[in-house]
Ligand binder design. Structure first.
Ligand code: PLP
Length: 396
């Protein structure tokens, strides 16, 4: 430990992965754990995408790939941006990476200098804060609550800006809260940002298609913001392709070029077979994945109605992604089945041990009064999980 770098010693272990490890351990002991902790669709990758990958293997796609991605893939991404988001990104503005996580890591490394502040509206995706810290930046949390539907206001944004503010990173639809910024809400935030032209925006739109309220809005759609927004997206969530590891950005040329330079020294181009398969995925009409979105929609209804029946869970109706993020502070300071619950981490661990349901503490996302439940699970699993939770907390 002492010989490791300060950099790695200061990095937090991913809480979602830590929960997954604890779940595995309990399962090995023979416990029947229902996992609502993972951010991963429980579907198979659609057959037409798998077939494209098999074809790519047979066509001998086996060499190193261009660092920023195959041109055919970049063209498919460019068309996707135009078709779905009305955004114009040409080849030189697109970089394909090994998952959107690498896209975000590239951005952190190429944009942040030591001491730069990065605004993170809460709750934010776990890795944002750690990536910012890895780049020696300072994550600045902008708090929200269940009452404000986990959305920041323009006034809050303005109040958080200092001369050191370099960037703002957010995801909409949001992991973990499921909130979705409307075009009007994004415009109101943009109205603040136009007054601070040096601030760069990272708009993580990986849950774009899993949106139950209507049209997806992108910050880069505003002409006065386009030149300083990095639009991040990927195929993990909408196409059930988490393990294929393909993400991408559309960005101003100079940022895309820097990300390519960074990636060229760290991993080189993303996997050849996965890239070929993603061309097919992105060229397919969005209707080809609609069945997954419809399934998430009915599961959302189910989990919300079941949560509403449990005293102590304060929940918003998520508008996108596949998570609910209830405020569980009602339980703090109480003792349940002999467990004293101080905070959301204790509560999440209590649910794992006593209800045999895996969730993730909101601590990991900057909202320590909440926990995250993923409904990327079957209706039967959701019903059983919520039944167990209801029983476990019944004495509260
Ligand atoms: N951004 C958000 C908001 C996510 O939830 C995730 C995955 O959980 C990612 C990015 C990373 O996705 P990928 O699998 O493409 O690395």
């Amino acid at each position: 430990q002492q010989k490791l770098s300060d950099r790695i010693n200061s990095l937090a272990t991913s809480q979602t992965l830590a929960m997954a490890a604890k779940t595995r351990e309990l399962r090995e002991e023979g416990k029947d754990i229902i996992g609502l902790s993972l951010g991963e669709p429980d579907f198979n990758t659609p057959d037409f995408i798998k077939e494209a990958a098999i074809q790519a293997i047979n066509d001998n796609y086996n060499s190193y790939t261009p660092v920023d991605g195959y041109v055919e893939l970049k063209d498919a991404i460019s068309k996707k941006f135009k078709r779905d988001n009305n955004l114009t990104y040409n080849r030189s503005q697109i970089v394909v990476s090994t998952g959107a996580k690498q896209s975000l890591a590239n951005i952190a490394m190429v944009m942040i200098n030591p001491g730069d502040e990065v605004l993170l509206p809460c709750p934010y995706w776990v890795s944002y804060a750690e990536l910012v810290k890895l780049a020696e930046g300072i994550p600045v949390e902008v708090p929200t609550t269940v009452e404000s539907n986990f959305k920041i206001t323009p006034a809050q944004l303005e109040a958080a800006i200092t001369p050191k503010t370099k960037m703002i990173w957010y995801s909409s639809p949001s992991n973990p809260s499921g909130m979705v910024y409307s075009k009007e809400e994004l415009r109101a935030l943009a109205d603040v940002l136009v007054k601070y032209p040096d601030i760069i925006v990272v708009s993580d739109e990986i849950y774009e298609h899993i949106n139950f309220v209507g049209a997806h809005a992108s910050m880069a759609q505003f002409e006065d913001m386009y030149d300083r927004v990095v639009t991040v997206n990927g195929v993990s969530k909408a196409f059930a392709m988490t393990g294929w590891r393909i993400g991408y950005i559309g960005a101003p040329d100079w940022i895309a070029k820097a990300c390519t330079k960074m990636q060229g020294q760290i991993t080189s181009g993303a996997n050849c077979i996965a890239q070929r398969a993603v061309i097919t995925a992105l060229e397919a009409p969005v209707s080809s994945i609609k069945f997954m979105i419809d399934t998430f929609k009915s599961r959302r209804k189910l989990i919300i109605s079941l949560l509403d029946e449990i005293k102590g869970f304060k929940t918003t109706e998520p508008e996108g992604a596949f998570y609910v993020f209830p405020d569980v502070s009602y339980f703090f300071g109480r003792t349940l089945k002999g467990h004293h619950i101080k905070d959301a981490t204790d509560f999440s661990m209590f649910l794992l041990e006593e209800a045999l349901v895996a969730t993730v503490t909101g601590d990991a996302f900057g909202n320590p009064e909440c926990i995250r439940l993923s409904y990327a699970a079957s209706e039967a699993q959701i019903e059983e999980a919520l039944k167990r939770i209801k029983t476990a907390v019944s004495e509260a």
